[in-house]
Design a protein around this ligand. Structure first.
Ligand code: GSH
Length: 226
């Protein structure tokens, strides 16, 4: 695992990550918050996610994982909420009782539980099926289902954008834009939907997003492995 220490202050959080993976959203949120953190790369292409030391932290052999004050948290959306809750001054998540709290939770859970699931089918058909023909079919079905989901997002942003919570930028926009990047090799990528493309432009113009991309060594159209 490779360490990078962005700040000179003692790191509060340690984020285990790999290029362009589900860590992008929590990583960008850490940069939005501006707190000290340490990045520890887990190179999946070298099998480092299956090292004993990493499996002790995350038995799913997946990134991201966050370590904070001796506590270990995995699942990108859980890490994101954990960070937003710990740093309410960053204003990245409506607090309990706020009018937009329900919409925030709805969209974050929908993204991680529904959209991300079909993205997994598209990217990792080999995790689910044994033959090339079957994988090809699963990818085609996933891409069709994703098209319907992106159309739903497009309508929602058209009715009350430019952000997922209307005028209010939040961590759910960062999460969505991470998932949008994963569509870049599809016949109809997220950037081809005007309202989604506007949101992608707004989020990717933020210094925190740019710094995250630079630190991960990726750009929007990078190779499919990252
Ligand atoms: N539900 C998990 C999914 C994380 C995930 O799928 N991570 C991928 C990279 S994007 C991974 O670590 N894959 C390694 C593997 O499956 O071997 C989350 O949102 O944190």
């Amino acid at each position: 695992m490779v360490r990078e220490e962005p700040g000179s202050e003692a790191p509060v959080y340690r984020l285990f990550w790999d290029r362009g993976s589900a860590n992008m959203a929590p990583h960008a949120v850490l940069r939005e918050i501006g707190c000290p953190f340490e990045l520890l790369r887990v190179d999946i292409s070298r099998g480092e996610n299956r090292d004993h030391a990493y499996l002790a932290l995350n038995p799913n052999a997946r990134v991201p994982t966050l370590v904070h004050s001796g506590r270990v948290i995995y699942e990108a959306a859980a890490i994101l909420m954990y960070l937003c809750e710990a740093h309410p001054q960053a204003g990245l998540m409506p607090p309990p009782g706020a009018p937009q709290r329900g919409a925030f939770l709805q969209w974050l859970f929908w993204l991680t539980n529904t959209l991300q699931e079909d993205l997994q089918h598209w990217w990792h058909a080999d995790n689910y099926l044994d033959t090339e023909d079957a994988r090809h079919e699963l990818k085609a079905v996933a891409e069709r289902r994703l098209g319907a989901m992106f159309s739903q997002l497009e309508s929602s942003l058209g009715a009350a954008g430019p952000y997922m919570l209307g005028q209010h930028f939040s961590a759910v926009d960062i999460y969505l834009v991470m998932l949008c990047r994963w569509t870049r090799a599809m016949a109809r990528p997220a950037t081809s939907y005007p309202n989604l493309n506007r949101l992608i432009g707004l989020v990717t113009a933020r210094p925190a997003w740019s710094a995250m991309m630079q630190a991960e060594g990726i750009d929007w159209n990078g190779p499919l492995a990252s």
